[in-house]
Design a protein around this ligand. Structure first.
Ligand code: AMP
Length: 362
């Protein structure tokens, strides 16, 4: 069987590394052939070759939302696209995503959709403190602006926004959920996620479920979903509220590469290929630290790998500019507390005291 992946980034790269265990071939389509997924695929395709790409793949999936429509639509018309078009349409416009979640009765922060800065200013009076998020094209905290009543930041671009109440959360967490072609679901243990400047810096699993699994189950059912989905939550007063979902494998699920009996990547390949997705067994407390905006030399690698229970995933990108995820370190230990100690050491090695400099917006 050949699986086609739309998008050639690191998520596709790890999907190929893990999916090859099952004996499948992988095609990858992207405009940039230097990307890690395209480099290790059995065959890389440019977007103009989208028909050949789909015709030579038995199933087509995606590792990123902002990809060429032609390939999505053709794969969908051939009945090969898993998950389907609806989740990707919702992800491409935050307002549709939020409205879908709210209409499904799932917990989200109060929000208002606005189409101009004037509407935004008026709507801002409804919240003590809020965040305006670009409806189109924002991710990893991009296109987000803090707003106070009646005051919007200078220089904010015109456009459609989701104005969302600022959530005074105690924690951020996520669940990696999967659903097979028959509707059976499975869940990796939740993780506690630590974001800075809108980017995931590290996470630790297991984390208390707090009802996240039930909310995730309803979401996957509502979408009649096939594959793996990453669902990010705010925890406020002990209860989960969905921040956003990603209809694909997710950065906060990389801990499953080392801490679980099935990685999120293998789980996704299994689900879309029609294989079983049993509940993953947690093998160990585990976590990851993202490597953002910096290169690794031998000295750094030595220091990282001297910490017990670590593995480096280096994505092979050529340019380690600020806010660019270029790799991650997996770490396992006997308890979540011990994982945290090792993560603190790793952050010291990678960033010293200067982590925020690596996460600056350019
Ligand atoms: P997002 O791109 O929507 O996942 O946002 C990136 C990060 O910004 C989140 O992980 C949070 O740390 C923060 N954030 C986003 N929305 C809110 C909110 N409504 N209240 C507080 N923090 C938020």
């Amino acid at each position: 069987m050949n699986i086609g992946i739309i998008g050639g980034g690191q998520l596709g790269w790890m999907m190929i590394l893990e999916g090859r265990k099952l004996g499948y071939g992988f095609n990858c389509i992207d405009s940039d052939f230097s990307k890690p997924g395209v480099r290790i695929a059995d065959r890389g395709y440019a977007y103009d070759q989208y028909r050949d790409f789909v015709d030579s793949s038995d199933i087509v999936t995606y590792e990123f939302e902002h990809v060429d429509d032609r390939v999505l639509e053709y794969a969908d018309s051939c009945g090969k696209l898993r998950p389907g078009m609806l989740p990707i349409k919702l992800k491409r416009d935050r307002s549709l995503e939020k409205e879908f979640l709210q209409d499904a009765g799932l917990p989200v922060a109060p929000f208002t959709v606005v189409n101009s800065l004037e509407e935004l200013r008026k709507a801002s009076w409804a919240y003590n403190r809020s965040i305006a998020k670009s409806a189109i094209g924002g991710y990893d905290g991009k296109g987000q602006y803090p707003v106070s009543p009646g005051m919007i930041p200078e220089g904010m671009p015109h456009g459609k926004y989701v104005l969302e109440e600022f959530v005074d959360f105690s924690e951020e967490a996520s669940v990696i959920a999967s659903r097979d072609i028959h509707g059976k679901m499975a869940f990796h243990t939740a993780s506690l996620n630590v974001n800075m400047n809108g980017m995931l810096v590290y996470n630790i699993a297991p984390f208390h479920d707090k009802g996240m699994k039930d909310v995730s189950r309803k979401l996957l059912e509502k979408l009649d979903y096939t594959g793996v989905m990453g669902i990010e939550f705010f925890i406020r007063n002990g209860k989960p509220m969905i921040n956003e979902f990603s209809p694909r494998v997710h950065n906060s699920g990389h801990h499953t590469l080392l801490g679980s009996s099935i990685s999120q990547f293998e789980q996704h390949v299994r689900a879309i290929a029609g294989l079983p997705v049993p509940d993953p067994v947690l093998l160990s407390a585990s976590g990851i630290v993202n490597i953002i905006g910096r290169a690794l030399n031998k000295d750094l690698k030595n220091k990282i790998l001297q910490i017990p229970g670590t593995q480096i995933y280096w994505y092979g990108k050529d340019n380690a500019k600020k806010r660019r995820k270029v790799g991650h370190v997996n770490v396992v230990a006997n308890s979540a507390g011990e994982v945290k100690e090792r993560i603190d050491e790793l952050i010291g090695i990678l960033y010293g005291e200067r982590i925020l400099e690596f996460l600056e917006y350019s």
